[in-house]
Design a protein around this ligand. Structure first.
Ligand code: NAP
Length: 282
């Protein structure tokens, strides 16, 4: 029987626990999110993050700039946030407009306040097997979800489809840390199905429907990170859920799987950075 990896329920549980901790604290964690341009999807994501943070008692602000803002204005703002003792976590919502140097902006964030493990310092630590300030939100959320259902990656063949810096690559690195044997696939991978068929755990982070029933073996675990919309505007994942579901032992739905876990991780990471910065200031 297939078990649904229920990200919503786990998110609620983790955030309820986090709220108790925040309620007990006199000083409140602070999260600042920078949003550039008017991409509607980014705006929805940022609004959700702000709403969730506020419910928890995290001091949250969204700093918005129009798409043609000068790079220097954002860099100055980040320096100000780095110095602000009430801000413990900084997130730059991606994508950024083309005229802005993404690497420069990201690396302006103090690694101690880098809430999604974006900076080269934290990312490098992750790749080198060292401890970054916090782990990247989406892969962290996926591991929390797998842990909740007792799915151990040790010795398993984990196939990650997608190699972006945001999801696929850090996911592969974090699965390696859990002693999985990892294969990372991407748009140049030949005969994807021959690889996905050998997976014990398949994690797909692409953004289009590409995982069909004949690409997987029975009883595997499927984690669907992808988000896209069908022709009626309905949200869907990378996995053809209807046909694939029955073949799996565990599967995460879209929506309601990885998405809520990413938000939960962002809040957990904000709190982790807050605790670390407070300890350091004592
Ligand atoms: P991205 O930067 O566009 O990366 C997509 C990856 O998929 C790339 O590595 C690309 O390969 C690979 N790819 C594209 N077509 C492929 C194909 N036919 N076969 C195999 N691989 C293919 O996207 P992202 O930021 O990683 O996000 C991936 C998806 O996850 C998106 O739908 C995004 O909306 C979603 N997402 C969800 C959450 C959540 O919380 N649920 C969080 C973040 C992202 P190349 O590198 O060769 O181009």
């Amino acid at each position: 029987m297939t078990v649904i990896l229920d990200g919503k329920t786990l998110r609620n549980k983790l955030l309820d626990e986090l709220k108790v901790k925040i309620d007990k604290s006199n000083i409140k964690p602070g999260l600042s999110v920078i949003l550039v341009g008017d991409d509607p999807a980014s705006k929805i994501y940022v609004d959700n993050k702000k709403k969730t943070a506020e419910k928890l008692g995290i001091r949250s602000e969204v700093i918005t700039y129009c798409a043609n803002v000068e790079e220097g204005v954002i860099l100055d703002k980040i320096q100000e946030l780095n110095k602000d003792d009430t801000v413990h976590a900084i997130l730059v919502q991606l994508p950024l407009p083309k005229h802005i140097d993404k690497e420069k902006i990201i690396n302006a964030i103090s690694p101690e306040k880098d809430v999604d493990c974006f900076t080269t310092e934290n990312y490098g630590k992750l790749a080198a097997g060292l401890e970054p300030a916090v782990y990247p939100c989406t892969p962290k959320g996926i591991l929390l979800l797998l842990d909740e259902y007792g799915i151990d990656l040790d010795g398993k063949h984990v196939v990650v489809v997608g190699r972006s810096n945001l999801v696929g690559k850090p996911m592969s690195l974090m699965a390696l840390r859990r002693n999985a044997t990892v294969t990372t696939c991407h748009s140049h991978t030949k005969n994807l199905a021959s690889i996905t068929k050998t997976a014990d755990v398949l994690i797909s982070a692409v953004g289009e429907v590409l995982i069909e029933e004949d690409m997987i073996n029975e009883n595997i675990v499927v984690v669907d990170v992808g988000i896209s919309r069908d022709k009626n505007g309905k949200i869907r994942g990378d996995v053809d859920f209807e046909t694939v579901c029955g073949k799996t032992s565990y599967i995460s739905p879209v929506p309601g799987g990885v998405g809520p876990m990413t938000i939960a991780s962002l809040m957990l990471n904000t709190y982790e950075l807050f605790e670390k910065l407070l300890k350091r200031s004592r």
